[in-house]
Design a binder for this molecule. Structure first.
Ligand SMILES: Cc1cc2nc3c(=O)[nH]c(=O)nc-3n(C[C@H](O)[C@H](O)[C@H](O)COP(=O)(O)OP(=O)(O)OC[C@H]3O[C@@H](n4cnc5c(N)ncnc54)[C@H](O)[C@@H]3O)c2cc1C
Ligand SMILES: *[C@@H]1O[C@H](CO)[C@@H](O)[C@H](O)[C@H]1NC(C)=O
Ligand SMILES: *[C@@H]1O[C@H](CO)[C@@H](O)[C@H](O)[C@H]1NC(C)=O
Ligand SMILES: *[C@@H]1O[C@H](CO)[C@@H](O)[C@H](O)[C@H]1NC(C)=O
Ligand SMILES: *[C@@H]1O[C@H](CO)[C@@H](O)[C@H](O)[C@H]1NC(C)=O
Ligand SMILES: *[C@@H]1O[C@H](CO)[C@@H](O)[C@H](O)[C@H]1NC(C)=O
Ligand SMILES: *[C@@H]1O[C@H](CO)[C@@H](O)[C@H](O)[C@H]1NC(C)=O
Length: 512
């Protein structure tokens, strides 16, 4: 394995090859015979994983790389939006908004928090559990006791999941877990409280989520006993956009010719000799290696074609993880008529119907902005993406009216929400781990194909899938393994190998 890496001759350098239909491999092989150029790498996608992978290659002395990004800027799912009526605009975040888990004492620090501080972003602690008002369909209803109880039950759920891991018991859904710890209360108030704990984080229901992986996901980020950073969060309020931290980091090392913007990838051809990437405008780019950082949703939906088709083990892994959706719906009014806490919880009779509210019009956030937003997730997000804005606004105002029965609702001055699930560059917000997904599947999601085609992004992170820091660590680790491969240290970085077939851990017994 290492020998084949050493013998590998470098093929093409960069540049837009402009193949116009000619098959890449011919060109690669022809040039491969004579070229002595440095090994080249295409990094597909300029989100956190792509930028940190580029930085890692640069630090390893590999500068013959190029980031290929469909949008006109770096940041990926760090996407800001200028929202509000003329003269009252505020830059809000359509995508990632919080540094989740910061640092405890001199314990491990979330690398996103490190970069946010390094580049001087404006952030604010968001008091999710201490500053919240509870409502239901009859208006204000103080069910703080149920809410607190639900929080304790979530902790019990993660502890019970740990006990299953210790005993090597099989995984089940988080719903099964809740039932087994006797958290069966199904009132609207209990369901909304559970939603706040669970769906608001994983962007899917307990039914759709692994009990063990969701508990691990929580622990590895928030629980210092499990190597987590802290149970703290910091919300970006920076008017340059939360993306500023990664753009500023990129500006420190990235040369202008190391990134191609407005370049949408259509096909990725790979072989044991090299790779060729074709853009939607027909331009072809060739290189020795490719690192694909596209979201799991993009990989699942054939927005990009692989030639040859990805091996079965890779396709099974891609289709077995879930791409969840998380939608923030922004409203602006002339003035604040709602709660004076940072957060509010609304319990509808239908679980997941416009449940989590956050006021921006509070001290330390954007006082006087008249902005409030409500979050929905999962299937509910997919449902509203298919509706016209006017209908979603109508539903949202109906819920506000239920929360404030004695208020004559004013007309919103602005209304906006992003459609992550429909966006062909994302196809959802972030990945979630279902109960039918096994660790071997995850290894396969992460594994390289033919030593030429590598994968990184939030979804390939075992410990931090779904988070910005997951994307960061994957950019770092996968690019590190690539550098080792390219520089002749061996391509078989053990953690990036695949499992040919994921077998049933406990074969079914046929009882005669
Ligand atoms: C609504 C929402 C809320 C979130 N909240 C948080 C949060 O508060 N805290 C947190 O830690 N995480 C949060 N996340 C998750 C976090 O944003 C992601 O984990 C992280 O940004 C993923 O980075 P990435 O580099 O893996 O992928 P991406 O950011 O998706 O980067 C991939 C890049 O590939 C590009 N691309 C896609 N297809 C093509 C193509 N065909 N050709 C060329 N380029 C293409 C995309 O434009 C994108 O720039 C949230 C995400 C969303 C959407
Ligand atoms: C990308 O396209 C947008 C819109 O067409 C354009 O405004 C921008 O200048 C382009 N960016 C680059 C770097 O070419
Ligand atoms: C809600 O009830 C709790 C006691 O369960 C009390 O401590 C709290 O102050 C009440 N909150 C409001 C806003 O009335
Ligand atoms: C999660 O953390 C709790 C508290 O530290 C621990 O008891 C439990 O075993 C952990 N769960 C898992 C799945 O690791
Ligand atoms: C929490 O779990 C207990 C059982 O341990 C249950 O009685 C209670 O109803 C649950 N509360 C909520 C809000 O889920
Ligand atoms: C295709 O897009 C790339 C990246 O934006 C650009 O550099 C190239 O000139 C375009 N090619 C054609 C034929 O338009
Ligand atoms: C709304 O008005 C009714 C009738 O005056 C009153 O009984 C009720 O308490 C009010 N509700 C709220 C939330 O203020």
């Amino acid at each position: 394995m290492a020998l084949s890496c050493l013998l590998r001759v470098s093929l093409l350098g960069f540049g837009l090859v402009g193949l116009a239909g000619a098959h890449a491999r011919t060109l690669l092989e022809r040039d491969g015979a004579t070229s002595t150029k440095k090994p080249s790498v295409l990094i597909l996608g300029g989100g956190v994983a792509g930028v940190i992978a580029a930085r890692t290659l640069h630090e390893q002395g590999i500068d013959n790389f190029q980031i290929v990004e469909a949008r006109g800027e770096l940041g990926g799912r760090l996407t800001s939006h200028t929202f509000g009526a003329p003269g009252k605009e505020v830059v809000v975040e359509a995508g990632a908004n919080w540094v989740q888990g910061t640092q405890t004492g001199d314990g491990p620090e979330n690398p996103i928090w490190t970069l946010v501080q390094k580049h001087g972003l404006k952030t604010q602690f968001n008091d999710w559990f201490g500053s919240i008002t509870t409502y239901d369909f009859d208006g204000f209803n103080n069910y703080t006791d149920v809410f607190d109880d639900s929080g304790n039950n979530y902790t019990t759920l993660t502890v019970a999941a740990g006990a299953r891991v210790d005993k090597q018991l099989v995984d089940t859904t988080a719903r099964t877990g809740y039932q087994l710890i006797d958290a069966k209360l199904r009132t609207p108030q209990a369901m909304a409280s559970e939603y706040y704990q669970f769906d608001w984080e994983y962007a899917q229901t307990p039914e759709e989520s692994s009990w063990i992986a969701s508990s691990w996901g929580n622990n590895f980020t928030y629980d210092t006993d499990m190597g987590g950073f802290s149970d703290d969060n910091q919300m970006s309020l920076d008017q340059r956009g939360f993306k500023f931290f990664i753009q500023a980091e990129a500006a420190e090392f990235l040369q202008p010719d190391q990134v191609v913007y407005n370049a949408t990838v259509k096909t990725i051809s790979y072989s044991s000799h090299g790779v060729e990437v074709t853009l939607t405008n027909g331009t072809a780019l060739a290189a020795d290696y490719v690192l694909c950082t596209f979201s799991l949703g993009v990989l699942q939906n054939d927005d990009v074609a692989f030639e040859p088709a990805l091996p079965d083990w890779k396709q099974e892994a891609i289709q077995s993880m879930t791409m969840a959706t998380y939608t923030k719906i922004f409203l602006q009014f002339d003035e604040n008529f709602w709660f004076d806490t940072q957060m509010a919880l609304y319990a509808d009779k239908e679980r997941g119907r416009y449940p989590v509210w956050q006021s921006m019009d509070v001290v330390n956030f954007f006082p006087g902005s008249g902005i409030v937003f409500v979050t929905v997730t999962g299937d509910f997000s997919e449902r509203i993406e298919a509706l016209p804005d006017s209908q979603v606004q109508h539903e949202v105002l109906e819920v506000l009216q239920a929360m404030f029965p004695n208020t004559t609702l004013p007309t919103p001055r602005a209304f906006w929400f992003p459609r992550w699930h429909s966006d062909p560059l994302f196809r959802g917000s972030y990945s979630n781990w279902p109960a039918s997904f096994f660790s071997e599947h995850h290894e396969n999601l992460r594994a390289a194909v033919a030593d030429r085609l590598w994968f990184a992004g939030e979804a390939t992170s075992f410990k931090y899938f779904g988070f910005l820091h997951g994307a960061y660590f994957e950019g770092l680790e996968v690019a590190g393994a690539m550098a080792q491969c390219i520089q002749g240290g061996g391509c078989a970085a053990s953690e990036l190998q695949h499992v040919e077939e994921v077998k049933n851990a406990h074969p079914y017994q046929i009882v005669m």
